[in-house]
Design a binder for this molecule. Structure first.
Ligand code: G6P
Length: 603
C-alpha cells in the first residue's frame, strides 16, 4: 500500500504535496518522493525513510512548480531505497508517474522493453509504467495512457505527467483508490480524502479504468474507449481529524475492515503470478523431515493454527516454539529442518534471535513478513510477504489474517509436492482458500450482533475462550486480542482440558466464548458448552456448524461455512470484533494499549 497525491494549479505544488503526503503517511512510510514540472523540465527529489527526511532535503535544495506528483511508499517490489522510491521517470525523462498497487505482469513488460533497448534503473514493478508510457507515446498523453493501461495486469492508482503537456495531470485507477479534488483554479488527485481536505471538500471518485484529465481550470473524464464521461462531484462532510482514520474511530477497526482486500492481495500473490508464487513453486520441501515454526505474540498464534493444517495435509511433524524460548532450549534442528519465522514487523528481537540460532544450526529458514526489507526478511533464506500494507494499531488484525492465508497455501502446496494429496485435492483446497476474501467480507457485513453482545461484556473480570482442534488454536488469538486491548483477564483452553482444572474457575456469571467450526467435533465442544452453562457460565458460541438453539445463557453467532482447516480466517474476524467492541465500550485507547508496542525490538 502506498499513498499518492498530485496538484495542478495557481500555487507552488511542493508544500501542498508535502502536506498531503503527511495525511497519507499511514499508507506507507519507508520512503517518499516528489516530482514537479516547470520550465526547466522535471525536478525530482526521492528519499528513503520517513517523510521528514524528504522534507529536509527539499529544504536544503528547494524546488518549485505549478504541477507535481508525490508518493509515500510501502515497499512491495524492491527494497526501500532512494532509487526505488517514486516518482519514476522513463529513460528519456519525458514522463513521470506515481503508482499505488502491484503490476503483476511487470516482468514480461520489462523484458519486452529491455529487448527494445530500454534501460531500467529501479527494482520496482512501477517503473515499467513510466517506461511503457514513453515507449507508446504518440503525442497525445490521453491516448498513451489508454494504451498503457490496456496492457497492465494487476492493480494501480496512477498520477502521470508528461513534459510535452506542462499543465495537464492525468489520473487513472484499477482496484486501488483514487479521488479527484476540485478547487478554485487548482485541482488535485489523491489516494484518500484526508490529503485534500485542507483545500477542498468537493471530490470525484474515479471508477476502475476511468481516466481523469486535470488542468488548472477543469477536470475531464474519459472511459477506456476515449469517450467523454459526465460525473457528479460529492461533498465530503468529514472533519480533517476523523478522516485520518478513513472515517473509522480507530485504526484497529479500519484494519479489521480492510481484511477482505488484504486476503485477496495476499492470496493473489501466492496463487497468481506474484513473487510469493514463484518462491513457493520453486521450494523443495522434500528436503526436510520436520518443520519448526517460531514467532511471538499473534504471529505465534498463527503458527499454532498452521501446525494443524501442515500436519493434517503434509503428514510432517510440526513444532511451534515461542521465539523467546527457542534459542535457550537447545533446539533439535539440523539441515533437514525447515524453520518458518512469522513476523509482521520483521524486527522483533526474539524472532531475529531465533532466526539466527536456526541458521547457525544449519536449518533452512523461510520467513512470512509484512515489512519489506526488514531484518527477518533480509536474513532468511526465503521470504514470503504478506500484503497487508502498513498496520498502525498495535493489536494486529490484518497482518495476522494475511499470515494465515500464506500458511494455508504453503501447507497445501507442500502437501501436493510431497504427494500427500492428489492434484485434484490440491486444486480443490486452493479454490477454497481463494474464496476466503468473499466469505470474510460476508462476516464483516454482519457485525451488529457481535457489537451488541460485546457492549454487555465490559463488566467481566475474566473471560475464557474454548475450542477443539484448530478452533482451540484460534481461541488463543481471540484471548490474546481481548487481553491486549480490553485489559480483561482471559485464557484460552482446549475444550477437553476444562475438566482437568479450569472448570474449577467457572461460576455463576463467568463468560465463556466457545468456537465451533470443526463439524466432526461439534458434539464434543457442545458438551463442554453444556458443562460450563450448568455451572453458571454464560456462553457466546461462534461457529458454522452449531445445531443448538439460543437461550438466556447461550448466545449464538453463525459464521459462513468453509473447510475447517481454513475456518480460523473467519472465526478470527468475529473474535477481533468482539475484543474491539468490548474495549471501545470501556473507552480505552484501543490503537495504543498500555505497556505494549507494535514492534518489540528488545529481548
Ligand atoms: C508485539 C505486538 C504483538 C505482535 C508481536 C510480534 O508484542 O504487541 O501484537 O504479535 O509483537 O510482532 P511481529 O512484528 O514479530 O509480528
Amino acid at each position: 500500500m502506498c499513498g499518492i497525491i498530485g496538484y495542478v494549479g495557481k500555487e507552488n505544488a511542493v508544500p501542498i504535496i508535502l502536506e498531503g503526503l503527511h495525511k497519507l503517511e499511514y499508507r506507507g512510510y519507508d520512503s517518499a518522493g516528489i516530482a514537479v514540472l516547470n520550465e526547466d523540465g522535471f525536478m525530482v527529489v526521492k528519499q528513503k525513510g520517513r517523510l521528514s527526511a524528504l522534507e529536509a532535503r527539499i529544504k536544503d535544495h528547494p524546488i518549485r512548480g505549478y504541477m507535481g506528483i508525490g508518493h509515500t511508499r510501502w515497499a512491495t517490489h524492491g527494497e526501500p531505497s532512494d532509487i526505488n522510491s517514486h516518482p519514476h521517470l522513463g529513460s528519456q525523462k519525458r514522463i513521470a508517474i506515481v503508482h499505488n498497487g502491484i503490476i503483476e505482469n511487470y516482468r514480461e513488460l520489462k523484458e519486452y522493453l529491455e529487448q527494445k533497448g530500454v534501460a531500467f534503473v529501479s527494482e520496482t514493478d512501477s517503473e515499467v509504467i513510466a517506461q511503457l508510457a514513453e515507449h507508446y507515446y504518440t503525442g497525445s498523453i490521453l491516448d498513451t495512457v489508454i494504451k498503457v493501461v490496456s496492457v497492465l495486469e494487476g492493480s494501480y492508482a496512477l498520477g502521470i505527467m508528461s513534459i510535452d503537456h506542462p499543465g495537464t495531470l492525468i489520473a487513472v485507477k484499477k482496484d486501488n483508490p483514487l479521488i479527484i479534488g476540485v478547487g478554485e483554479e487548482e485541482n488535485f488527485i489523491a489516494s484518500d480524502v484526508p490529503a485534500l481536505l485542507a483545500h477542498t471538500n468537493k471530490v470525484y471518485y474515479l471508477n476502475d479504468k476511468e481516466i481523469a484529465v486535470l488542468t488548472r481550470d477543469k477536470v475531464q473524464f474519459y472511459n477506456i474507449d476515449r469517450e467523454p464521461l459526465q460525473k457528479s462531484p460529492e461533498t465530503i462532510t468529514w472533519s480533517l481529524d476523523s478522516a485520518e482514520k478513513g472515517g473509522y474511530e480507530h485504526f484497529m477497526l479500519k484494519e479489521i475492515m480492510e481484511q477482505p482486500r488484504v486476503l485477496r492481495d495476499t492470496i493473489q500473490s501466492a496463487l497468481g503470478s506474484g513473487d510469493n508464487r514463484r518462491i513457493i513453486d520453486s521450494f523443495d520441501v522434500a528436503a526436510f523431515n520436520k518443520i519448526v515454526i517460531t514467532a511471538c505474540g499473534s504471529a505465534y498464534n498463527a503458527g499454532m493454527v498452521a501446525k494443524y493444517v501442515f500436519e493434517r495435509l503434509c503428514r510432517l511433524p510440526v513444532e511451534v516454539e515461542l521465539a523467546s524460548e527457542f534459542r535457550y532450549k537447545d533446539p533439535i534442528i539440523d539441515s533437514r529442518s525447515l524453520v518458518i519465522l512469522i513476523s509482521q514487523s520483521g524486527e522483533t528481537a526474539d524472532t531475529i534471535a531465533a532466526m539466527r540460532e536456526a541458521r547457525r544450526r544449519g536449518a533452512c529458514t523461510l520467513s512470512i513478513v509484512n515489512v519489506v526489507g526488514s531484518t527477518v526478511a533480509r536474513e532468511t533464506d526465503y521470504t514470503l510477504y504478506t500484503l497487508a500494507g502498513p498496520e498502525i494499531a498495535v493489536a494486529t488484525t490484518k497482518a495476522f489474517s494475511a499470515q494465515l492465508a500464506l500458511l494455508y497455501i504453503l501447507a497445501v502446496r507442500f502437501a501436493g509436492k510431497l504427494g500427500r494429496i492428489s492434484r485434484q485435492q490440491e486444486e480443490q483446497l486452493l479454490a477454497e482458500i481463494a474464496v476466503l476474501p468473499e466469505k470474510a467480507a460476508e462476516v464483516l457485513e454482519n457485525i451488529e450482533a457481535i457489537q451488541k453482545y460485546a457492549s454487555t461484556c465490559v463488566g467481566y473480570k475474566s473471560i475464557f475462550f474454548i475450542g477443539r482442534n484448530i478452533d482451540y488454536a484460534i481461541a488463543l488469538e481471540g484471548s490474546l486480542k481481548l487481553k491486549e486491548i480490553s485489559y480483561i483477564h482471559s485464557e484460552a483452553y482446549a475444550g477437553g482440558e476444562l475438566k482437568h482444572g479450569t472448570i474449577a474457575l467457572i461460576e455463576e456469571g463467568t463468560l465463556v466464548v466457545a468456537i465451533s467450526c470443526c463439524e466432526p467435533l461439534y458434539d464434543k465442544i457442545y458438551s463442554n458448552v453444556e458443562q460450563v452453562i450448568s455451572r453458571g457460565a454464560k456462553v457466546l458460541f461462534l461457529g458454522n456448524c452449531i445445531k443448538a438453539a439460543p437461550s438466556e445463557k447461550l448466545a449464538i453467532i453463525p459464521l459462513p461455512k468453509t473447510n475447517p482447516l481454513f475456518s480460523p480466517s473467519l472465526s478470527v474476524l468475529m473474535l477481533q470484533l468482539f475484543s474491539y467492541y468490548v474495549a471501545a465500550n470501556k473507552g480505552l485507547d484501543i490503537d495504543k494499549p498500555r505497556n505494549l508496542a507494535k514492534s518489540v525490538t528488545v529481548e
